[in-house]
Design a protein around this ligand. Structure first.
Ligand code: DON
Length: 379
């Protein structure tokens, strides 16, 4: 059964025929036609008042009918790319150069909270730039999307994630919330009486999106804090253009901490699945991101999630995604779920090579490409 097309059918045929007639037929034998109609009408009216997420949760199970297919596709992808040695660990943050290049984990979490994992899916790596997505979500929780749009913008830069020239050249200077300059400015929007309160708020928010408490990887933070002169320069440049909204160095420090948060592939996939599920964490059921903010977040990820290779990614894969120089990438299939892959070696743009290949493979085989009508079951 095609995903996306099954919701209504499940609602309308709750019990299969067992030879003695369907539930509806058996009920109608016991009561007259008018009473039967009244009961059906009352039930439908009552159902229409159910909160939408509840109905959606009950009727949408993107993987269940095809769990075996999904499992076999993920296994194929793992076997296919396991021994791919292309790419190189990030080394401008010294800690990252030391991470085992062979680590390789895949996790899928669906909007109905099914979890598939393979390989090193429990290994905690630094979230790095993927954090930018969730600080953006928190900034929108606090300020609303319009203010965030005005203060940061959402134009792709077409440049490297840490580009100085983009800050100078772009009319908004900040570019978008997913490049370093825009992300540091987004972090500066988070309210709090001091740096500690702001940081703790960010960390707690990430934990709610992941469905479990997350922690800072101290060694990553120390390594990055000792070498982040480029980000400090970006923050000072933003100050010149009045496009940073708190103390520039304080904002860089909080940003450096948010990049050093540890996640494993399973937690990251759950964070993505929360975006796929209209902001409701599929494991805890909590609405942690406002439903109306989700399209802004996913649009931004589509345009800038893989930096200057976002266009190629949209062309080949067609899913909103976000990468981090720690080696993680999470891609979101709205309404269905998310896939997270961790493998440290990166390409020139700073995106995990194996993670891109695995996600592309899985997305094609499972018809996830958002720009294809096949993604909603129209073959
Ligand atoms: O600020 C930095 O350079 C890193 N903390 C994050 C960059 C990053 O992850 C870019 N990702 N692909």
């Amino acid at each position: 059964m095609a995903t996306g097309a099954r919701g209504n059918r499940v609602v309308l045929s709750p019990v299969q025929s067992d030879g003695a007639g369907s539930v509806f037929t058996r009920i109608s034998l016991a009561i007259n036609r008018v009473q039967f109609r009244a009961i059906v009408t009352a039930t439908l009216i009552a159902a229409s008042f159910l909160p939408v997420p509840l109905l959606a949760q009950a009727t949408r199970s993107p993987v269940a009918p095809r769990r075996e297919l999904v499992e076999s596709v993920v296994r194929e992808a793992y076997a296919h790319f396991r021994s791919d040695t292309s790419g190189k660990n990030a080394d401008y943050i010294p800690y990252l150069a030391q991470v085992d290049t062979k680590l390789f984990g895949i996790a899928i979490v669906t909007t109905d909270n099914q979890v598939l994992t393979l390989g090193d899916a429990d290994y905690a790596f630094s979230i790095q730039s993927i954090s930018k997505v969730f600080t953006l979500a928190l900034a929108m929780e606090e300020l609303g999307p319009d203010k965030v749009f005005q203060r940061i913008g959402s134009e792709p830069t077409g440049r490297a994630f840490n580009s100085v020239t983009a800050v100078v050249d772009m009319p908004t200077h900040t570019g978008n919330p997913l490049v370093n300059a825009g992300a540091i400015a987004t972090t500066s929007l988070i309210s709090g009486k001091d740096a500690n309160e702001k940081w703790n708020k960010i960390l707690a928010f990430y934990g709610k999106v992941a469905g479990e408490k997350l922690t800072l990887i101290e060694d990553v933070y120390k390594s990055e804090a000792a070498t982040n002169t480029g980000n400090k320069a970006l923050a000072m440049l933003l100050a010149k253009y009045e496009r940073i909204y708190a103390d520039p160095f304080e904002s860089v420090d909080i940003y450096t901490k948010q990049c050093s948060v540890g996640v494993n592939a399973t937690q990251l996939a759950r964070m993505g699945a929360t975006l796929a599920n209209n902001g409701v964490n599929p494991a805890t059921g909590e609405q942690v991101i406002k439903r109306e903010d989700i399209p802004y977040i996913l649009a931004t990820m589509t345009m800038a999630g893989l930096y200057d290779s976002s266009g190629g990614w949209a062309w080949h894969v067609g899913l909103p995604a976000k990468s981090g120089v720690g080696g993680g990438i999470v891609a979101v299939a709205p309404g269905k779920g998310a896939i997270a892959v961790f493998a440290p070696p990166l390409d020139e743009a700073g995106n995990s090579v194996k993670a891109q290949k695995v996600i592309e493979y899985v997305a094609i085989k499972l018809h996830f490409n958002l720009f294809s009508p096949g993604s909603v079951g129209l073959e």
